[in-house]
Write a protein that binds this ligand. Structure first.
Ligand SMILES: [Zn+2]
Ligand SMILES: [Zn+2]
Ligand SMILES: [Zn+2]
Length: 281
């Protein structure tokens, strides 16, 4: 009975002791893990993450000057070593880099970053080229629009001129009301007819130096005194005042009129000579 009671008590104590041991082990493991984490943190995050110092390539005297130069540029983040390196001796490079320090330019991860930099640069170039292309396209589109607008304005101006010409032609057709024996169609006063002087201006038909009398063929250009008085636009017919005096008469009276005019001109000529004799300049 007593023996049984002791046995039970011993069993309870043993179980309790096991539980205590287990708790203690857990606590120890936790403390150890925290201490390790603190130790890693103290050495720096970078070291804990990627680099195995034992296998890092190192700067050494065995490197060529070209390799040393590459290493210097790899380490230089400020760009202060971009020029003047051609005069550097091996000793200068070793002094600047430090014997046995990690050789950044020989680390695979560094080369990978360099490749990425290059890739970024090229793709940025491609993006910029595309942007420029779009800008050029937009500029080209604007230019095309401007040209179309100008072309449309020219078309409208031509149309406007055409309408004005038609309106004027109709108006001038109405001016041909004078019938005369000198021409088969009714005539219009030359003074009231307009011709184009240039793209922008019109002038009276009788002021055009190229208008000539269809009978005596005298052009105003060679004889500014000639006075073109009647015209037929449809036939491009013009007649001067002097010829009209003759040509407007019936055929059988024209010779007489010509003689009369010749006589009158002769008298005028003589009078002019006399006038000059009495009033010499
Ligand atoms: Zn790579
Ligand atoms: Zn004439
Ligand atoms: Zn005519």
């Amino acid at each position: 009975m007593l023996e049984n009671g002791l046995k039970d008590k011993l069993g309870e104590l043993t179980t309790e002791l096991d539980n205590l041991k287990e708790d203690h082990a857990k606590e120890l493991a936790m403390v150890k893990a925290q201490a390790e984490a603190r130790a890693v943190q103290a050495q720096g995050v970078g070291r804990a993450l990627a680099v195995d110092e034992a296998t890092l390539p190192r700067v050494s005297n065995a490197m060529t000057i070209a390799e040393l130069k590459v290493e210097l540029k790899a380490r230089d983040t400020t760009g202060k070593f971009t020029k003047g390196l051609s005069s550097w001796s091996k000793g200068d490079f070793m002094c600047e880099l430090g014997q046995g320090t990690p050789r950044l330019s020989a680390v695979a991860e560094y080369r990978c970053v360099e490749e990425l930099r290059d890739l970024v640069k090229r793709q940025k170039c491609a993006v910029e080229r595309e942007r420029q292309r779009v800008l050029r396209e937009q500029e080209e589109e604007r230019r095309r629009k401007r040209e179309e607008e100008q072309e449309e304005m020219r078309r409208q101006e031509i149309e406007r001129q055409r309408e004005e010409d038609a309106r004027l032609a109709k108006h001038e057709e109405g001016l041909h009301t004078h019938t005369s024996l000198c021409h088969g169609c009714p005539l219009a006063p030359t003074r009231e007819l307009l011709i184009r002087a240039n793209e922008y201006r019109r002038m009276p038909r009788d002021e055009n130096p190229l208008t000539s009398c269809d009978v005596c063929n005298v052009e105003k250009e060679y004889n500014p005194k000639v006075k073109i008085v009647w015209s037929c636009v449809k036939c491009d017919y013009d007649i001067c005042w002097e010829c009209y005096q003759v040509e407007s008469l019936p055929e059988d009276q024209r010779d007489e009129k010509r003689k009369e005019i010749a006589k009158m001109k002769e008298a005028e000529r003589k009078a002019e000579i006399k006038r000059k004799e009495y009033n010499p300049k």
